[in-house]
Write a protein that binds this ligand. Structure first.
Ligand code: ADP
Length: 886
């Protein structure tokens, strides 16, 4: 270090001032020399320096006491060139050379050297200065010299030098003119330059500055030089060895003298290459980060450690329609959904306090559309090496779609769950290993199994399967598990509560993940007990129906409108049609009905339509070959197909034939009976007349007793004949005017005497006449009155009413007798029908009377009806139309 110059000057200044004064005095008066020298001696002994004088040839003539004190030398050792023995051997040659050179040239000099202390033998650094004193002719008359102890400064300088060599910087000192005074080893190693190479260049350092940095370096230097301010500049300096440039921070401080003049610049170059690179890396990574932040599909933001937003990406601005200025501070609060802001702020406060990363979902308003979208926001603190938070990074990801999907999923899951609980089935979900994941309430209620029971054993459910169905069930499951096919099996499952088994249809579908792996099985058990029962019942009834259909006893047809749409074989056989005819639609009941049966048939169909069923009736069919088939036909409307009816057709021909034979027999029998009876009657009358003539009155009277039974027989045979004729449609009616009132009275008059136990009362008689067969109409009244008397053995009266309107006349016959049970009321008008009650059976009869009555009334277009109460009596009403002339 060169610091000592200033100090030395400072230290020796009073001495030099005295010397200059002395020289001036010498110049003025030579004679005062002596006195002056004396003065000088006093001065030289007073100053804190070693002081000496020498002759122009260089030999020392005087040294002050301080010199002697330091060296401990004798006066002889101070004279001539003896003083040089106290020099440090390393310095001795150099010092003597400088001294000799000064003596030769007469120039002042300065030299530093180590000088031995006499007492300790230690060397200390001294700065010696010498100056010649000349006379007026310029001749040197004397040398004056001082030696100042600079040991401390030298050591400080040495320390600083060591320091300068030790620090990792390049260190240098420059003069104000730009020339280097000092550079440390590191400087020289780096630049590869020697000081002497750049002595004459005022900007010597520019040569190793990167060309791009030179201009700004020069400008900075100029500014520092002009203003005396500290110099600071970053530039790339070339490594003299490798030619590589590295970044350095160059700093320089001016050093000034007392007058404030800059005497030198102390400078250091600090290698900041790594720092620069790190900065560069940071810059790049910052740029990358920005790029990333602007590229990612999220809203990206950063905040200061206190939570103040200091960056948002473009997407953020676009979404919120706001700039960073708007968002900074509390601006972002306005875009968070009001329902979410409170918990969001609470979390932010908390995380700012704890420094924990956080995650939160909230809705942010899209200011463009006004809609809120759900966002997932993540905040992460960035810490420095000391662990302090320097920043928060955050991203907000639009999860609206995800949210919606989640919601939908939740809803659909919920729907599914509700559905699973609502459906009438037992619902369950199993894992691929066969263990249950879910069972609905109905499942648990039915089986009575707890989740624990089924979670441990994959075959636990087997226990509530009917033993007979277990094997099949297990096999089916195994197959489904092995193949991944749908599982379907019918089995009886035990109700855990009642122990009862019911039939279930167990079905399960595998659910697969994207890779096609089965992740679960969805299953349902549907109670098919009723179905199974119905199926069984159906099967049985089907069997019965088939048996019926296939029976060869009864013909069965299905009719729709007039068409026979189906028929069993029996019906086809009965009618002679083929199945082909049936299929071709050739079977039509209207066409198959003879004209005389059409009315009855339509009537039957009318009944079917209104009553949904048809009381069996007799009719005939025209067969395929034109022959007739007597049949008994009944029908019902099919309950589920109201347009269709099923008809049962019994072949009635055997019965009809029998009836025919019976009728023929009856007809023949009554004819055969009538002829002998007529003969008996005539013979009896002849005999009786003879007996009367011959006055055998007693015998005649006895014979006359035969007349009444003969009349009875006659009447009976007459009725039989009538019935036969009616049946064959051959009864003849004689037409003539009939006074009903008169007719009725005549009949009553005839009957009354025969039945003294009863009184026949005729009420409200009207004079009315109509055209008709008097005997036949008489038969109507006779039969009704006879029955009334016959079937009221314990009654006293029988009442007859006659009532007329312009259109019709009504005859009412009323008794107070046995009455007729309801179910027999229609049948009593049938041929040979007799009521079955025990009381009626006691009363003789053949069941022909009411048949004849009904036939005659029918012939006249009238009606007959009966009202009756068992045990109380009956009323028969006959109406006959008056307008129609029968
Ligand atoms: P019957 O010869 O048996 O009297 P009918 O044809 O006259 O034959 O009557 C048929 C049946 O009707 C009788 O057997 C009887 O049971 C019943 N009947 C007819 N009239 C009456 C009546 N007034 N009271 C009770 N039953 C009657």
């Amino acid at each position: 270090m060169m610091l000592n110059g200033k100090q030395i000057r400072h230290l020796t200044l009073p001495l030099w001032k005295a010397l200059i004064k002395h020289i001036a005095v010498q110049k003025r008066a030579e004679q005062q020399l002596k006195a002056c020298e004396e003065n000088f001696r006093v001065l030289a002994e007073t100053v804190p320096h070693q002081v000496w004088t020498a002759q122009p040839d260089g030999s020392v003539t005087y040294s002050n006491q301080r010199w002697y004190d330091y060296t401990g030398a004798s006066p002889e050792q101070a004279l001539g060139e003896e003083w040089s023995q106290f020099l440090h051997p390393d310095d001795s040659q150099h010092v003597l050379m400088v001294w000799h050179h000064a003596v030769e040239t007469g120039n002042p000099y300065e030299v530093e050297y180590r000088f031995r202390e006499g007492q300790t033998g230690a060397y200390r650094w001294f700065l010696a200065r010498g100056m010649p004193m000349r006379d007026d002719a310029g001749q040197i008359v004397k040398w004056f010299g001082t030696a100042t102890n600079i040991d401390e400064q030298k050591r400080l300088e040495e320390d600083l030098r060591v320091l300068a060599e030790t620090v990792p910087q390049l260190v240098w000192v420059k003069r104000p003119d730009g020339l280097y005074k000092y550079t440390n080893q590191r400087w020289r190693d780096y630049t590869g330059l020697m000081l002497e190479h750049m002595q004459n260049d005022p900007w010597p350092h520019l040569q190793f500055i990167h060309p791009d940095d030179r201009e700004s370096n020069r400008a900075h230097w100029q500014h520092a030089l002009d203003t005396g301010e500290m110099f600071e500049h970053k530039a790339r300096l070339r490594n003299g060895q490798t030619g590589e440039y590295r970044w350095f921070l160059t700093r320089a401080m001016p050093v000034r003298d007392e007058a404030g003049q800059i005497v030198k610049w102390f400078g250091t170059n600090t290698d900041i290459e790594e720092q620069k690179q790190a900065e560069e890396r940071i810059k790049i990574s910052e740029e990358n980060w920005r790029m990333l932040a602007e590229t990612v599909p999220q809203l990206v933001w950063t905040t200061q450690p206190d939570g103040r937003v200091d960056y948002v990406n473009q997407r953020y601005c676009d979404y919120t329609q706001a700039t960073l200025e708007h968002i900074r501070d509390d601006g972002w609060h306005q875009i968070v959904h009001p329902e979410d802001i409170e918990r969001t702020l609470a979390l932010r406060r908390q995380t700012l306090a704890t420094g924990e990363p956080y995650e939160i979902e909230y809705r942010l308003k899209n200011r463009q559309t006004g809609e809120y979208h759900w966002f997932l926001t993540r905040g992460l603190p960035v810490r420095n090496e000391a662990g302090q938070i320097i920043k928060w990074f955050g991203t907000s990801t639009d999860i609206e779609d995800q949210k919606r999907a989640e919601q939908q999923l939740k809803e659909s899951r919920e729907n599914l769950r509700v559905l699973a609980e609502t459906v009438p089935q037992l619902v369950w979900v199993k894992r691929p290993d066969g263990l249950y994941k879910y069972t609905n309430q109905r499942w648990r209620d039915y089986t009575g199994l707890t989740p624990q029971q089924i979670q441990s054993d994959r075959w636990a459910f087997i226990q509530f399967i009917h033993p007979d169905d277990q094997e099949g069930h297990r096999a089916h499951w195994q197959h489904a598990l092995d193949t991944g096919e749908m599982f379907e099996h019918k089995a009886r499952l035990r109700n855990g509560q009642t122990g009862e088994y019911r039939w279930f249809l167990v079905r399960a579908m595998p659910v697969r993940d994207e890779a096609g792996q089965i992740v679960k099985w969805f299953g349902t058990n549907t109670d098919i007990e009723d179905q199974v029962r119905i199926e069984e019942a159906l099967r049985q009834s089907q069997e019965r129906a088939n048996a019926l259909m296939n029976s060869n006893i009864i013909g069965i047809t299905i009719i729709e409108g007039e068409q026979i749409v189906d028929a069993n074989d029996t019906y086809l056989r009965m009618t002679g049609y083929t199945r082909e005819d049936l299929r071709a639609g050739n079977m039509n009941w209207r066409h198959m009905t003879p004209s005389e049966y059409l009315d009855r048939t339509f009537e039957a169909h009318q009944e079917l339509a209104t009553q949904q069923s048809l009381t069996p009736y007799e009719k005939e069919y025209v067969c395929q070959d034109g022959s007739r088939l007597p049949a008994l036909v009944g029908a019902v409307v099919l309950p589920h197909q109201p347009r269709q009816a099923i008809a049962f057709v019994l072949d009635n021909s055997a019965r009809k034939e029998l009836e025919q034979r019976k009728d023929t027999f009856l007809s023949m029998a009554s004819h055969e009976l009538r002829t002998p009876l007529t003969a008996v009657k005539m013979q009896t009358q002849l005999v009786r007349r003879r007996l009367v003539k011959q006055a055998h009155h007693e015998a005649a009277t006895e014979l006359s007793r035969v007349e009444e039974p003969i009349k009875q027989l006659e009447r009976l045979i007459g009725e039989l004949l009538d019935v036969s004729k009616m049946q064959a449609g051959r009864l003849e009616y004689v037409q003539g005017p009939v006074n009903l009132d008169v007719l009725l009275r005549e009949i009553i008059d005839t009957l009354q005497p025969l039945h003294p136990g009863h009184t026949i009362l005729l009420r409200d008689a009207v004079q009315i006449s109509l055209m008709g067969d008097r005997d036949r109409l008489g038969q109507v009244f006779t039969n009704l009155l006879s029955n009334a008397i016959k079937y009221s053995p314990n009654a006293k009266t029988v009442e007859v009413d006659l009532d007329a309107s312009p259109e019709a006349v009504a005859i009412r016959v009323r008794d107070h007798g046995l009455g007729i049970p309801r179910e027999q009321r229609d049948k009593i008008f049938e041929r040979f029908y007799r009521a079955a009650g025990p009381r009626q059976r006691e009363i003789a009869g053949l069941g022909m009377g009411l048949y004849i009555v009904a036939e005659i009334v029918k012939h006249y277009g009238g009606t007959i009806s009966v009202e009756s109460e068992v045990g109380k009596g009956s009323t028969f009403t006959v109406t006959l139309p008056l307008t129609r002339n029968a």
